[in-house]
Design a protein. Structure first.
Length: 458
């Protein structure tokens, strides 16, 4: 017993020492989170029921929402690392390559292939389907309205509204409601860009930690105002309309923003974050207790965040290879909802929950493989090529500026110097330990709506 306790309390190092390069299990965690979303969506989309875990967790959250929270924690950690290690222009270029090409292809496939087939089945013909494609509700209007992560049109020509359990429950035509949370991910990316441009990430990291604490206190105050320990916290009312992104709810800005800021704080204070098995197991116990008893918003959220970080470095090393070369989590996310809606319209849920989940995973997985091989991986090969506007932006922010009132020094010609003979390096190339950081910084997909209204936030 004493040896077990000593083993649990032994400190294995800090996050800075253990989370380096690609030697971590984040790829596997992201894949599990994506599959959790598909599994959670199977109940409402296939059977018109509540999300998986909704009642078990005292209506505080559900399995799909937990996956969203996990994605934002990991994104905060990895995107902040990416912003610290790359120039501003290249940071924007990498983020755009990771999220936009696959999203745009998914929108076009949905509008120009999936929707016409659904129309053929529901109406017996596709006549008139493309008569006014750019009008609101049309297929091309769907792609145009949603191209910049803000989903402003969920349906196409009223399809799926009467032929799916979710459509009959809501009365809405929704093809891919899971895309709603991408706009919050995009806002977090832009926030990190601003923090990097103002040198906060390098010189004032306390600001990010203070922001995470402030958001946590706001969540705690919101939970306390409910006057009860169990049950869900009150939904934060209000929203703002933003260009390209559409309606952004304050509730999701608060909760998802906190988790992203917490993940960013883990990276910025990585040399002070201990990796301890007792803390990891304690976080798991605290998370489980908050889900089953109450207090998830104030106890479970931070415990879940540390649990994910601890698992990513403490899981067996042989599992670190999952997702290292082929990252299917994003593809599973963006195609899972579409596939489940189509299968539900075909009546495939009549075979039961487990068969429907297995079919959903198979269809989403196949689509994810095609998306990765044909779209995402080729796009990521362009990460080392930077468009000229991005180069100019990087040079502008990288160029040192003289103090106010001091004239810049004139350029001085430097005579050519004959290079010295090459000397073999003893310790390896500098920075080799951080190789592969670009892959580690790839964002994960946030994918569920805790309200149960897929793609229709309050």
């Amino acid at each position: 017993m004493g040896s077990i306790l000593r083993r649990l309390t032994r400190r294995h190092g800090t996050l800075a020492e253990l989370l380096t390069g690609r030697g971590n299990g984040i790829g596997l965690i992201r894949l599990v989170l994506a599959l959790a979303v598909v599994t959670s969506h199977a109940r409402p989309l296939g059977f018109g029921a509540s999300d998986l875990g909704h009642h078990l967790f005292n209506r505080q959250t559900n399995v799909g929402t937990m996956a969203v929270y996990g994605f934002f924690v990991l994104s905060g950690l990895l995107i902040t690392r990416s912003a610290r290690r790359t120039g501003l222009g290249r940071y924007l270029w990498h983020r755009g390559l990771r999220i936009f090409p696959a999203l745009w292809v998914c929108l076009l496939v949905t509008a120009l292939l999936v929707a016409p087939l659904v129309a053929l089945r529901e109406n017996g013909t596709v006549a008139g389907f493309f008569d006014e494609p750019w009008e609101p509700g049309g297929p091309l209007a769907y792609a145009q309205a949603n191209w910049w992560t803000g989903v402003r049109q969920y349906g196409i020509e009223g399809l799926l509204a009467e032929t799916t359990p979710w459509g009959r429950r809501t009365g809405d035509s929704i093809f891919n409601g899971a895309l709603w949370s991408l706009k919050y991910e995009m806002l977090c990316y832009l926030a990190v860009f601003v923090l990097a441009a103002t040198a906060v990430l390098r010189q004032a990291r306390r600001f990010v930690l203070a922001l995470a604490v402030a958001l946590y206190l706001a969540i705690a105050a919101n939970w306390w105002s409910t006057g009860r320990w169990t049950g869900p916290a009150k939904t934060v009312s209000g929203s703002v309309e933003l260009p390209l992104l559409g309606n952004v709810g304050y509730h999701w800005l608060l909760y998802l923003g906190f988790l992203f800021a917490l993940g960013a704080s883990f990276d910025l204070y990585r040399e002070r974050v201990p990796v301890n098995d007792l803390l990891g197991l304690g976080s798991a116990a605290l998370l489980a207790g908050s889900l089953l008893v109450g207090g998830f918003a104030v106890l479970g959220l931070p415990a879940f965040a540390y649990l994910l970080i601890w698992m990513s470095v403490r899981m067996p090393r042989r599992l670190h290879a999952v997702g290292r070369r082929n990252d299917y989590s994003y593809g599973i996310y963006i195609y899972g909802f579409v596939g489940q809606q189509v299968m539900a319209s075909l009546g495939w849920s009549r075979w039961g929950f487990v068969p429907f989940v297995l079919l959903s995973v198979a269809v989403a997985g196949a689509a994810a493989v095609l998306s990765w091989k044909l779209v995402e991986q080729p796009a990521l090969r362009l990460k080392d090529w930077t468009p000229s506007p991005v180069v100019r932006l990087s040079r502008r922010w990288a160029r040192p500026r003289p103090p106010a009132g001091v004239a810049p020094r004139p350029a001085v010609a430097v005579p050519a110097v004959v290079p010295a003979p090459a000397v073999a390096s003893v310790g390896g190339s500098p920075g080799s330990a951080g190789s592969g950081a670009g892959r580690a910084g790839e964002p994960g997909p946030p994918v569920d709506a805790p309200t149960g209204r897929f793609g229709v936030p309050r």
